[in-house]
Design a protein around this ligand. Structure first.
Ligand code: SAH
Ligand code: TMP
Ligand code: ZN
Length: 406
């Protein structure tokens, strides 16, 4: 049995998706023989409540100078991070000469607002290409992994931080004890940490198993986050549910005893207990629902192809890699995946090798059906694609249930 990365007790995996490629490993045809695969399996620790991957590929395989995910491709996310930045500046970084550090700052989607406000800041971003985009926008960014060793350097060059923020990155980092230990040292006495990630409760409730892929090594809940940070003398003082990325949670933490925890923390933990997030049966039931979802999606695609319907994928998201590979979706079933990221164009999707084509290909020749791989951006996409539906185009969805939107 694997050992929990947080509490070091053993835990039992509840599902294996088999051999999977890297979620953002878009590739050229001649790179296929070298493609990296690993076993994607997940479990939830009974002792500390942390849901996690059994194996994760080495971070240097996923985050490098040609990382394919650019945060600023979504306008909805740009608006979300503007609000996140304004909230942190207003609530927690309004003193004299505050200093804000972001972990995993990507192309600067959040920090650009901090920089614009003239506030001292630092982005820590190991993927050099996305970090370079941020630097061009005038955002102070270093190409490094955030860990305890890096914190020593930040402290000597900039001093302690009044706010440490992170989005969709804490759940990517296997050695969280080093990160949280570093945060403890970097954080000023009255400072706060605010980070958000896809929420375990939403995954369980919506059967959104496509949140499970190489980069997401952890699936947090209020209970498991509290368990981890408490070990480092930090206290969970607030939780704020977010609609983005199919259901996320923002966790706010401070040095123990410096701020009083809100009622929301207790209520959320009670909700998690009711939802059974620490019960083995919850995960066995989730595994059953995941398998049913796969069977339903495969049957639907096969039936439509028998009727000679043209099907394409919409948005080559990280999540789509889990769905296409777990369900065995081939280019015969899904002709291509359209996406707005130039770096993905002309490449093949990881593992399933479905061609990724520019968004303009979708608009110039509508298919009969489009699989909504970007379901987490549904609101934005549906608003943008009214003409597709008006022309008779249909959407195939699979979260929370497999179905067709006419
Ligand atoms: N915060 C952005 C980006 C999320 S993608 C958003 O929410 O849109 C995750 C980012 O974290 C990537 O850009 C990746 O390069 C970076 N990352 C991965 N491991 C990291 C680490 N140990 N320290 C800091 N950043 C890391
Ligand atoms: P993510 O779900 O991993 O965040 O990735 C989002 C991907 O979806 C990214 O490659 C851009 C793509 N996308 C589109 O192609 N069209 C859209 O309208 C949106 C919102 C995203
Ligand atoms: Zn544990």
């Amino acid at each position: 049995m694997p050992t929990c990365r947080i509490c070091r007790f053993e835990y039992e995996p509840f599902i294996s998706f088999g051999q999977m490629p890297l979620a953002n490993g878009f590739l050229e045809r001649d790179e296929i023989p070298e493609e990296h695969f690993f076993e994607l399996a997940v479990g939830s620790c009974r002792t500390c409540g942390m849901a996690q991957l059994v194996n994760q590929p080495d971070p240097s395989k996923m985050f490098h100078d040609h990382y394919a995910f650019f945060s600023s491709t979504s306008t909805r996310m740009a608006e979300h991070f503007r609000q996140f930045a304004e909230w942190i500046l207003r609530e927690y970084a309004s003193g004299t000469d505050p200093f804000v550090v972001e972990i995993g700052s990507n192309d600067g989607i959040l920090l650009q607002h901090v920089a614009k406000a003239g506030v001292r800041h630092l982005g820590v971003e190991p993927s050099a290409n996305v970090g370079a985009v941020a630097r061009k926008k005038g955002i102070n960014t270093i190409t490094e992994y955030f860990d305890k060793a890096l914190v020593k350097r930040i402290l000597s060059e900039h001093g302690q931080a009044n706010a440490i923020v992170a989005a969709n990155v804490m759940c990517h980092i296997p050695d969280l004890h080093s990160v949280v230990g570093g945060i403890k040292e970097l954080l000023a006495h009255t400072g706060v940490v605010a980070f958000e990630d896809p929420y375990l409760g939403d995954i369980v409730e919506k059967t959104s198993y496509d949140q499970i892929y190489d980069e997401h090594v952890f699936f947090f809940s209020a209970s498991s986050v509290e368990f981890l940070f408490t070990q480092h003398g930090l206290e969970l003082i607030d939780v704020l549910p977010q609609k983005v990325h199919g259901g996320s949670m923002r966790y706010v933490l401070a040095h123990k005893g410096t701020r009083s925890p809100s009622l929301a923390v207790r209520t959320q933990k009670e909700r998690e207990a009711k939802l059974g997030l620490s019960d083995a049966e919850t995960y066995h039931d989730l595994a059953r629902r995941i398998k049913r979802s796969r069977a339903d999606l495969v049957a639907l695609l096969a039936e439509l192809r028998t009727r000679k319907k043209r099907i394409v994928g919409y948005a080559a998201t990280s999540k789509s890699t889990t769905v296409t590979n777990y369900c065995g979706i081939t280019p015969d079933m899904v002709e291509y995946i359209c996406d707005t990221t130039p770096a993905k164009h002309g490449k093949l999707s990881p593992g399933a090798h479905i061609p990724v084509r520019p968004y303009s290909d979708f608009v110039s020749d509508y298919p009969d059906y489009a699989v909504l791989f970007g379901w987490n951006h549904a609101e934005e996409i549906m608003a943008k694609e009214a003409a597709y539906r008006a022309a008779g185009g249909k959407w195939i969805v699979y979260v929370p249930k497999v179905g067709v939107i006419e």
